[in-house]
Design a protein around this ligand. Structure first.
Ligand code: EPZ
Length: 431
């Protein structure tokens, strides 16, 4: 996020008056976690490519700056990006940009595969965890690269990557994507075993295949890539954002509303919709990529354990917890993917929730109501969870930490206002 945008986000807060049911429909944007990696994937190609359904987000601006620093020419018009990576001028991703956007580490695989060299600063940790990249690094070495870390920068060299059979210790989304991209231009066949199965991995594979890559098995635990000498131009439509869709499902659920989400792939949300049905909501997919949620009165508690896809997504753990604070009965939420992703709990408790945390397990006793309060978001999905809770709370909630929210949700408050929510973004007093 550039300084002006960061300053703007940090100098404003969201004010939400709870208690208003939502109604109508909301169009879900393209997936942030697909757009970011596809932008990096464009580095693999020596011809221009177009990405459509790109969400308008601070993180997309950040990735644009990083690619431009490498020599990629980028034109953005509304939700379309034209990227021209024909003449790369650098293979060093600048620290001051990488430190602001972890996803910039995605540049290492494509730069190494196409240019034979890449220098990318370690992405470092964030509020939800240490976020190491050893699975990425080990896999690149197995593809024949020389890789070492010096002064916080990952240096990687390979005149020609060679296909290999790689077992991922953990089905890391990022590592699967890094290694899949690197392998598209390697000599011979690469097999990724214990690979991540997220829809964004499938979207990346489809994007690379549209450029001529030979990839099979994306979406399963075993992905096979047969290297090709080079890739060609493409025009690609990014998959809808399942996490934004889940966020709006929770907004509809917690306010006991009847709303329709448009531009959704319901099967990408199977774990989430199953849990929403289990606790008492009605979910109805429709023919043209729509998904309707209706409340049937009170909702009960349940148990949630976050897991790699197709398990319950860690990115919706905080959102579902917000909903469970108002359920009838108790619930248990276990976060198994990240080591520090319960930062939203103390803030929900400030709003009157009854949540006890022990390690990575939260036990929630449903309460009859939440009360609006001044709260602070600690990371992207925690801030979204506070906004969802505020929609159902009595009175006004003031939410700071919008620099997190603006990274991952396009036109968040406008979409909620269009559904009837009482929500305003206001400058803070000191601003
Ligand atoms: C991607 O992060 C997403 N980000 C995250 O979304 C998402 O939460 C995560 O996948 C899990 O679904 C993007 O796609 C840009 P991982 P990533 O590698 O790739 C450990 C959001 O809110 N690990 O699957 O970083 C890691 O520490 C963001 O939109 C290693 O130990 O996730 C974590 O505990 C947050 N070594 C676990 O694996 C490694 O080399 C899952 O990480 C790599 C990962």
């Amino acid at each position: 996020m550039d300084q002006p945008a960061l300053a703007k986000s940090q100098s404003s807060i969201l004010e939400i008056w709870g208690g208003t049911p939502l109604e109508g429909k909301v169009k879900i944007s393209g997936a942030k976690n697909s757009a970011l990696v596809l932008m990096a994937g464009a580095l693999l190609c020596s011809e221009p490519c177009r990405l459509q359904n790109v969400p308008s987000l601070a993180d997309i601006q950040g990735m644009t700056r990083i690619l431009e620093s490498l020599g990629v020419k980028i034109k953005q018009s509304i939700d379309t990006l034209e990227l021209d990576p024909t003449n790369l001028t650098s293979t060093d991703a600048p620290y001051e940009l990488v430190s602001k956007l972890r996803a910039s580490f995605f540049a290492i695989g494509p730069l190494l595969a196409r240019m034979g060299v890449a220098k990318v600063p370690l992405p470092g940790g964030c509020a939800i965890g240490a976020r190491p990249v050893e699975i990425h690094v080990r896999g690149l070495k197995q593809l024949g690269a020389q890789v070492y870390i010096e002064h916080g920068v990952v240096h990687a060299y390979a005149s020609q990557l060679k296909g290999a059979k790689i077992y991922l210790d953990y089905p890391s989304v990022g590592a699967t994507e890094t290694l899949m991209m690197a392998a598209t231009l390697a000599e011979g066949e690469t097999i990724l075993d214990n690979a991540a199965q997220e829809p964004e991995v499938i979207d990346l594979a489809n994007f690379c295949r549209s450029m001529g890559a030979k990839i099979s098995g994306a979406g399963t635990k075993t992905i096979t890539i047969s290297g090709v000498p080079n890739l060609h131009a493409t025009d690609y439509d990014i998959v809808p954002d399942r996490i934004e869709a889940g966020t709006f499902l929770m907004a509809g659920a917690i306010t006991h509303s009847d709303i329709l989400l448009e531009s959704v792939v319901p099967e990408h949300l199977s774990a989430v919709t199953a849990k929403l049905k289990e606790v008492g909501f009605q979910l109805t997919p429709d023919a043209n990529r729509g998904l309707r949620i209706q409340s049937k009165g009170v909702h009960t508690g349940t148990e949630i354990e976050t897991l790699p896809y197709p398990g319950f997504p860690t990115d919706l753990q905080s959102l579902f917890m917000a909903l469970l604070t108002l359920s009838q009965g108790s619930s248990v939420v276990t976060e198994t993917v990240f080591e520090n992703r319960l930062g939203h709990v103390p803030e929900l408790v400030r709003m009157g929730a009854d949540i006890k945390v022990k390690g990575n397990v939260a036990v929630i006793q449903g309460v009859p109501f939440l009360s609006g309060a001044p709260v602070t978001g600690t990371d992207l999905r925690a801030t979204a969870a506070l906004a969802v809770a505020a929609l159902a709370a009595n009175g006004k909630t003031s939410i700071s930490g919008l620099q997190h929210l603006d990274r991952g949700y396009a036109n968040f408050e406008q979409k909620l206002r269009d559904l009837g929510a009482r929500i305003e973004r206001v400058p803070t007093v000191e601003a």
